[in-house]
Design a protein around this ligand. Sequence first.
Ligand code: ZN
Ligand code: ZN
Length: 735
Amino acid sequence: MRLKGQICIRGIVQGVGFRPFVYAQAVNRGIQGTVRNLGSEVLIEAWGDRFEKFLRAVSVGTPLSEIDSVEVRDLTGHPPEGFSILRSGNGSLSGFIPADAAICDDCIRDIFTAGGRYENYWATSCVNCGPRYSIIATLPYDRERTTMDKFPMCPECRTEFTDPLSRRHHAQTIACATCGPSLALLDREGRVLGCDDPIKETAHLLEEGAVLAIRGIGGFHLSATEDSAALLKRRLGRSEQPLAVMAGEEEIREVAVVSDEDWKRLQSPAHPIVVLEKRDPGSHSAISNLHTIGCMLPYSGLHHLLFSHLKKRMLIMTSANMPGYPMITETADAISHLRDRADYFLVHDREILNRCDDSVIRDSQVIRLSRGLAPRRAEIDLGSRCILGTGPELNANISIYKDGFCITSPHVGNVRNPPTLAYLRETAEKIGGLMGAEYDIIAHDLHPRFLSTRYAHALAEEYGAETLAVQHHRAHIASVTTEPCIGIAIDGVGYGDDGTIWGGEIFAGAVPDLERVAHLETVRMPGGDLATRFPERMLYGILPEERITNLLSSRGWTETELGVLERQVERGFNVADTSSTGRVLDAASALLGICRERTYDGEPAMKLESVASGGRATPWDLRFEEEGRVFLTSALIKEAMQRMEKETIPDIAASFQYNLARGIAVMAGDAAAEHGINTIALSGGVAYNRIIRETILSEVQARGLGYTENKGMPLGDGCISSGQCIYAGRRGDFF
Ligand SMILES: [Zn+2]
Ligand SMILES: [Zn+2]
């Protein structure tokens, strides 16, 4: 039996209350020794009769920690008096960047304890909760390296901070009303409104119908009650886009069906937005006109206090940004950019260094990887070179590989404009700096004109690094698995090897040798991006027939407009060719009269899914060409059109999605047989569609094949930067 040892615990062990936890375990068991932080590891020296029990206890970790390994080494020398926590030292920092965590139950209790030190204090936190990544300047994580350094601890906070038996022992975010960050309520001109309690006044203004901009953990939200939903949408210029709500447990359960799994997701330390099915698909349509609604629980002291003053505990909470631009974090920016949208501003004076939108989850799939989930850390061996993936163009983020870990940043946005590119660059510099990254390879999208591609080349010059272009859909598959697989990548658009736009692709092989073996029919996209905005153009591109022109004419298209469309498709003028799955769903949505203009990302397909949720799917005949390697989506559209005379729109919508998924699964299953591979890997934004994903899964299983998909990582383009890193790392012959 061991009586002493040096214990080295690696993983996410800093900023998660590990040292105080170890201290408490040691004191409870009469252990003598020390504990200290060395970046991504905690080093414990321990002596005592109950060493083994102590070792088992500390190996469990704290709620926010993630333990990779526990190693015990021999220890020489004599034990010190008692047990103590030593200062942080510098060690390897790779793999360690804690994410922000929702306020814990103990801290919520503190806020509502009358006469307590933390009563009504909005920024209450402890070692188990509170902001982390959003306030970190450099590592190791200590107060002086966060934006809390502006708030020196008062004597009472100092006492608690140094009390080894306190929950706030070494809690770097400890603060109270005396010494911590404070709130102010401002008008549109940025003038402070005199009031006793800014939070109570905010609740009052919201209930009177005002729109408030609220500075939170990772940036600004725009908030309003459900009654003001239309006003908020009008001011945002987004009349169709569904908004997320923050609500209490009872209110969420009243609005939506919440499975046990969903409830766990809502309550997890990240407190993400969870996309739930409404109880009544037509209800709360001012917030969301889909059959689903995004809900989250209050996740900071500020939110809980705000909710305590509301009659109805439900508020719209949407990220405050200009369309296509990053979420606003600075108060001055909020006042200058949001004064037409918000009536008042509830702000605080704790700087937000690293922006984080709310994360979004649906079922077990991550839709947006951000607050609480990112930076995301994945253990993978890609060798000794340091790699940066600069991501796709839309829904971009960055990933950095170094020393066995791939770190993915929070969601950055659509890198189509200089401010978002600047934010991408800032994020890469920030996370790269925290990791001590010196790039050997910079991987980027295959598209030569993306801003992120240009950035990759400029940065490569700076570092003397190699660059590698990775095709969008191969990056999707690389983000799922590096084992031999048949990869299904189904999404909107990505630049293909042949210069056409891909998006319904089947690959065979193992990263980096993924061969495109089948795909959806290549069809025309008349007017390029215009066909994305107006899906009826896409409909005609897929099925350029008189019946379609008659339909469009009956919907108000003029002879001239139709003439231009016909000539474009006929002559291939201003036309892109595409095998995109998303565009096929758009066309079906247009055919069925569900969505004729796209006003936000994914709108036609999301509305198609909503309508389909009320229908019953039946199998249709599927048609293929080129020995089953090309699935004819034009035949599917034709079938749907013929059924419009005798079937309901919800039934056709349901059948369309179902049969599109079946066709994709058939191509993948055939490729598996042909190539002797028995695992199917699925990725791409279209796979968020529950029917499509579940249909592919059940068809794959019916053939006795294995199945895998992105886990803990978006199926959509949020996985691309990590896929680029993995692809580049596995490209062994590259140098
Ligand atoms: Zn707490
Ligand atoms: Zn204090």
